[in-house]
Design a protein around this ligand. Structure first.
Ligand SMILES: C[S@@+](CC[C@H](N)C(=O)[O-])C[C@H]1O[C@@H](n2cnc3c(N)ncnc32)[C@H](O)[C@@H]1O
Length: 471
């Protein structure tokens, strides 16, 4: 195993022979980031926070900052790696933070993150610490990315590196992405790596101005404080004084000073916990922290919903369903009066959890498929999955190779089967709208359950199965 002090090579440092191989590999340093972490990240992470656990010398922190994350924090227990990392950051003018701490100890002090990364790191937790950590992480991060490797020797008291065990640790999360091991041929420093991305079911990030506060008088308080106005002269203090008539001045002052501490803390450390809201978006706890976030101009805010309507039903669409309707889905088809060419205007942006389409896109012109991809991109939630099952006209072993179903198309259906579907063509379509794209088969899916799977027209090589995950 490589010593942690020198695990990451930092440009400008003297390179060892091993570094010279690893710097051109898909599996180490920037190669690992590009192939196993970055594919799960959004195009534009402005306003977002990324935490890298076991960040070593902070190479990924620099790459996250370059990608556009506004807040980037790493944690590592190796003092020498952190010392190198801080010196390198300062030399390069980075803004990110590196905290020298054991991972087990620091979760309570870390800000809420959009993404938390464990790259070849989670298996350094004892299983007990790891499970405790994950319990807390559910309300601390929107997404968790785990890069894992092949471990010859298993030790029962540590968190496991196996994919099936990792999936079991995250069984209360939604798996929204998976990267299978990459071919090693020609790589100067090959190894077996996999990556998984999970979405928390406990928290959401929503527009700050969509919350309803019961404390509107806070507006202006933080601005007055930042202008240096003594708190006893602020409008808010005098407003509270006017209705807390039974409070002594000492009590009012202590209460206000505590609120000012919250202000300073959120300014410095961000939100450490989500704002608790009712399903109707009224803030139940966290009005002051919400006020600070609003004052700081943060567009979105982390919330945890409670209340009777929180187990909202998932919206799943089965498009071009024909006679194959699926329970729990909105089943749309021309036989029910809906056409792909109509789009999905009845669904709001980011409102749909999943879409399945089987043997229906083949009846569209290529330009219509292209246009419809934009509609899918619009209605799916981030992390939402589109599963496509069509004839594989690209596979010489398929009976529709290069012809499609054209030759058998019933005249009375009014138009020809139009486009030649296949995994390559469909991948391009999905990638054109920035989905994470995964070749799957009849039995595998990136959705949290098996409900999107359809294989009425048999499996490979006749058909292909592909999924896109909205990033
Ligand atoms: C295999 S390296 C991976 C480094 C980096 N994530 C990457 O992929 O390039 C594992 C890192 O985890 C750190 N680490 C291991 N156990 C730790 C713990 N309990 N707390 C904090 N850091 C730890 C090590 O110091 C080391 O930097």
């Amino acid at each position: 195993m490589k010593a942690f002090e020198v695990y990451q090579y930092l440009e400008g440092e003297t390179a060892t022979e091993r570094d010279l191989l690893e710097m051109h590999s898909k599996f180490w340093n920037k190669g690992k980031w590009d192939n196993f972490v970055a594919p799960f990240l959004p195009e534009d992470p402005k306003g977002m926070t990324l935490v890298d656990m076991g960040c070593n010398a902070g190479l990924f922190l620099k790459l996250a900052e370059e990608k556009g994350f506004d807040h980037v924090i790493g944690v590592d227990a190796n003092e020498e790696a952190v010392r190198r990392g801080l010196a390198w950051r300062d030399k390069n003018g980075g803004k990110y933070k590196i905290i020298c701490s054991s991972m087990e100890k620091c979760i309570d002090d870390l800000p809420m993150a959009d993404f938390t990364v464990f790259a070849n790191v989670h298996y350094y937790f004892t299983i007990n610490d790891w499970l405790d950590y994950l319990d807390k992480l559910q309300t601390k991060t929107g997404y968790c990315i785990v890069v894992t490797g092949y471990k010859k020797h298993k030790n029962v008291c540590w968190a496991s590196a196996d994919i099936s065990d990792i999936r079991s640790y995250f069984k209360n999360w939604d798996e929204v992405g998976f990267i299978d091991e990459l071919p090693t041929d020609g790589d100067p420093s090959p190894r077996r790596l996999w990556a998984l991305c999970f979405k928390s079911r406990f928290i959401d990030k929503i527009p700050t101005n969509s919350l309803v506060t019961r404390n509107p008088n806070l507006d202006g308080f933080y601005e007055e404080l930042d202008k240096g106005i003594p708190y006893k002269n602020t409008q808010y203090y005098n407003h509270v004084k006017s209705y807390r008539k039974k409070w002594s001045e000492g009590r009012l002052n202590r209460w206000t000073e505590e609120r000012i501490r919250v202000f300073e803390d959120v300014k410095k450390n961000g939100l450490l916990k989500p704002i608790i809201i009712h399903s109707d978006s009224v803030i139940l706890d966290g009005n002051h922290r919400y006020g600070v976030i609003k004052y700081l101009g943060e567009k979105d805010i982390f919330v945890r919903r409670v209340g009777s309507n929180t187990t909202e039903t998932k919206i799943k669409l089965n498009l071009g369903c024909g006679q194959h309707k699926l329970a729990g889905f909105d089943n749309l088809d021309k036989i029910t009066g809906w056409f792909f060419q109509n789009g999905l205007t009845q669904y709001a942006n980011g409102s749909v959890d999943a879409i399945t389409i089987s043997h229906a896109l083949m009846f569209l012109e290529l330009s219509e498929v292209k246009k419809f991809m934009k509609e899918i991109q619009r209605v799916l939630k981030v992390g939402g999955v589109i599963r496509i099952t069509e004839d594989d006209t690209e596979n010489p072993l398929s009976d529709t190779y290069q012809t499609g179903w054209k030759q058998n198309y019933p005249k009375e259906w009014g138009r020809d089967a139009s486009c030649l579907t296949g995994p390559k063509m469909m991948r391009e379509m999905l990638e054109s709208v920035q989905f994470g794209v995964y070749d799957v088969d009849e039995n595998t899916t990136h959705f949290q359950d098996k409900t999107l799977m359809q294989s009425y027209h048999r499996g490979k090589p006749r058909c292909f199965f592909i999924e896109g995950v909205k990033r």
